[in-house]
Design a protein around this ligand. Structure first.
Ligand SMILES: [Zn+2]
Length: 237
């Protein structure tokens, strides 16, 4: 499955079709995830790419954190330029399923929206209606070829059947066909990518007081990981 965002117009709505495959595999490998964890992270990553695609400023980033009681917490980051990454976090989870989405907008600051719900689908729907307050229909699918997010966003003006458009889009777009009334607008590529570097983490480790460095080290080494993609870095003390 090609990793990309494709946009279409149909009636009075804009349709986004986001597909991911290798980026999720790469995250799963870096973080040694089980198949179930990979599936949850894949859905979160493709949803996060969708929110990033809605941002109008070039250097915007979106961080989404999904908390599922008794299962775990996952985080995904997507940049407006098409880079995406994610990991399963170690932190403990609360009693309620939660989706927290932070928009990092250059010059304007951060905006965080939090919704609670019963399952991932419910959280996604709740985020669009309660947090972003846009009239929309959204579906996140996982299939053997990869992960798909379809968003139908209503534009100002005449009403249209968003659920019907969403169902039509889900049945066709991920599989390479386009429903006949859809008008293609544009597409852009997505890929696994993180801004972390060995040099940046080394600066953080070097800035720690010597006693903290000693506490963190084991057999003369400090092992740390990027909290955006999960990549492991090892430093000699
Ligand atoms: Zn990283």
């Amino acid at each position: 499955m090609t990793e990309q965002i494709r946009k279409y117009m149909v009636q009075n709505a804009r349709v986004f079709c986001i597909t991911l495959s290798d980026a999720v595999k790469r995250s799963a490998e870096l973080n040694h995830l089980t198949a179930d964890d990979t599936d949850r992270l894949g859905r979160l990553q493709v949803f996060t790419c969708c929110i990033a695609a809605l941002q109008k400023v070039d250097k915007a980033s979106v961080i989404a954190r999904l908390s599922l009681p008794t299962i775990g917490q996952y985080s995904a980051t997507a940049d407006r330029d098409g880079s995406v990454r994610g990991l399963k976090e170690d932190s403990s989870v609360g009693m309620e399923a939660t989706l927290e989405v932070t928009l990092q907008l250059p010059l304007r600051g951060n905006y965080t929206g939090v919704v609670t719900g019963s399952c991932f689908e419910d959280l996604v729907t709740g985020y669009f209606s309660r947090s972003l307050q846009i009239a929309s229909a959204c579906k996140v699918l996982s299939c053997p070829e990869g992960y798909v997010c379809i968003l139908v966003e209503k534009l100002p003006g005449e009403d249209c059947d968003l659920e019907q458009i969403c169902n039509d889009a889900c049945a066709a777009l991920p599989f390479g066909s386009v429903p006949k009334d859809f008008v293609f607008l544009e597409e852009s590529a997505l890929r696994f990518g993180c801004t972390c570097s060995r040099a940046a983490l080394l600066r953080i480790v070097s800035a720690l007081p010597p006693e903290d460095r000693q506490d963190l080290s084991e057999n003369g080494k400090i092992v740390t990981h990027c909290n955006s993609c999960g990549k492991k870095y090892t430093f000699e003390v």
